[in-house]
Design a binder for this molecule. Structure first.
Ligand code: PNS
Length: 188
């Protein structure tokens, strides 16, 4: 009798920081897969606002009381995504699509990943309507200019964003570049 294999998906991203759009996508992914691995990439080319450790910590804290925590794994990876995915035994890469503007970058990435490995399929879910306009980048921009992002990110993220901005200001350190407003930022 063959063992029933768990269906695992890797949900990769920069998560700089995690937003409610990301969390919504995770919820929906959990309805399809037995286990989801949230895989955080360092992504230095995007000048992350938070260090990888801080981002990891924010994801962990945001999900600490999740009722399905046993089906969620939170990790970091470096190198090629497909190599990481193969090591995990996942069958799919999960990504969110907000708008047509996301499509080109995602299409390119999915096809390149497919060229590199035939094993994982990339599965896209449409971002929930409540989160269609948010991205990690826009959240950082709004907070950096004193705007309110309550209800768009977990409370812990909002607090950490404010804390970090204050520490930059106190030390009179320039804010990290927010990067281009393109899809290299999966809000969901
Ligand atoms: O949240 P993001 O920044 O849109 O996530 C992008 C990410 C991390 C999924 C992408 O940059 C990635 O897969 N990086 C790992 C390196 C890699 O495999 N690059 C080739 C992908 S075509």
């Amino acid at each position: 009798m063959s063992a029933i294999r768990e269906k695992i998906a890797v949900y990769p991203g920069s998560f700089d920081p995690i937003t409610n759009g990301h969390l919504d996508l995770l919820e929906r992914g959990l309805k399809i897969f037995d286990r989801i691995i949230i895989a955080l990439a360092e992504n230095p080319a995007k000048f992350p606002f938070f260090t990888l450790e801080e981002r990891l910590d924010l994801v962990r804290t945001s999900l600490a009381s999740h009722p399905e925590l046993s089906r969620i794994q939170i990790e970091t990876f470096d190198g090629l995504l497909v190599n990481y995915v193969e090591r995990t035994g996942a069958v799919a890469i999960l990504r969110g699509l907000r708008a047509l503007s996301d499509f080109e970058y995602e299409f390119q990435m999915a096809l390149m990943n497919r060229k590199l490995s035939r094993r994982p399929e990339t599965l896209y879910l449409m971002t929930g309507a409540n989160w269609i306009y948010i991205s990690s980048r826009i959240i950082k921009e709004v907070v950096s200019k004193g705007g309110c992002v309550n209800g768009l990110v977990p409370d812990v993220v909002e607090a950490k964003l404010k804390e970090k901005l204050q520490s930059f200001r106190q030390r009179q350190v320039a804010l990290p570049q927010l990067g281009p407003d393109d899809r290299e930022d999966s809000a969901a």
